[in-house]
Design a binder for this molecule. Structure first.
Ligand code: NAI
Ligand code: 15L
Length: 272
């Protein structure tokens, strides 16, 4: 096997590997492990070499997740429904899914999880408020509720079983900010990778909650707990300002202009 002699982990598990961020992290996480196990319910491009393992797995399937986790040293949990959907759609992938991940981590002795949480855990704060990761949560959606539950799961599994987690409340991680709101919430792929490195390698994190944002100018989140991990973002949304501000300004009563969670605050109701 071709190994990276200095890789800090033998085998990392990345769930959500077929997704937007998963495809990026598949490449940028290579220096951190001899082998990365890539998993998703959707089709994943085949392994490019013997440093990748590809496993199809539905997070709502407890037995399948238990098999998936066997033999890994740490888990980056990025899989699940990533936007607002009905409660029933969120339940299996996100709520049962995160339980299955932690229970499998316990059974297989995995000591570190990185949880892709979301700004939608606090989405009903207004854009003129500044909060930190210890501010009371204000989920803006069933999706945000599922991430809030995932953070509670992380606290429980640390207090009860000593499994450490860094929950990253990712803002908006795309190649560039797509609208005015994302000028505040944007997280570059490079900064995401750096934050994941700090989350994987910093000792004694217990359960630490941080925000996933770049060094943006107009911000709503005091991110000192990320700084405490040694995270120093290198990118800023400022370089995209002219392009973003060429877009029409949303109406004064548009949730995209009022709430930190933007449009998620107005999704639903679902069904009757
Ligand atoms: P994505 O939707 O592109 O990727 C999520 C992946 O999870 C998909 O490939 C999907 O097939 C997989 N998945 C869904 N249900 C599953 C199930 N039952 N079993 C196994 N896999 C399942 O989302 P993206 O943008 O890559 O985000 C990755 C993670 O980061 C998600 O957990 C998302 O909630 C979180 N996040 C992303 C943000 C962003 O700006 N991209 C912002 C905040 C959080
Ligand atoms: C999220 O949690 C979503 O996964 C992502 O698709 C974006 O909508 C992001 O939040 C955001 O708030 O911009």
């Amino acid at each position: 096997m071709t190994t990276t002699p200095t890789a800090p982990f033998n085998r990392l598990l990345l769930t959500g590997a077929a997704g937007g961020l998963g495809k990026v992290l598949r490449e940028t996480l290579r220096p951190y492990a001899n082998v990365i196990r890539l998993s998703d319910i959707a089709d994943i491009a085949p392994a490019i070499d013997d440093r990748e393992e590809v496993v199809t797995c539905d997070l709502s399937d407890k037995q399948a997740v238990h098999q998936l986790v066997e033999g890994v040293d740490a888990i980056l949990h990025f899989g699940g429904v990533s936007v607002e959907r009905s409660f029933e759609e969120i339940l299996g992938a996100n709520i049962c899914g995160v339980f299955h991940i932690y229970e499998a981590a316990r059974k297989h002795g995995v000591k570190r999880v990185i949880f892709a949480s979301s700004n939608h855990v606090i989405g009903f704060y207004k854009q003129d408020q500044v909060i930190d990761a210890h501010s009371p949560r204000r989920p803006d959606s069933y999706y945000g509720l599922s991430k809030s539950y995932g953070e509670d799961m992380a606290t429980f599994y640390f207090d009860r079983y000593g499994i450490e987690t860094v929950s990253i409340r990712i803002g908006s991680s795309f190649p560039e900010p797509q609208n005015r709101r994302m000028m505040s919430t944007w997280l570059s792929f490079g900064d995401l990778t750096q934050l994941l490195e700090r989350a994987l390698l910093t000792p004694d994190v217990g359960h630490t909650v941080v925000y996933g944002m770049s060094d943006n100018k107009d911000i709503w989140w005091d991110n000192r707990f990320a700084s405490a991990l040694g995270y120093v973002p290198k990118d800023s949304s400022e370089v995209f300002r002219d392009k973003v501000e060429a877009q029409p300004m949303p109406a004064a009563d548009d949730p995209a202009r009022i709430y930190q969670g933007g449009a998620f605050c107005a999704a639903g109701p679902f069904g009757d």
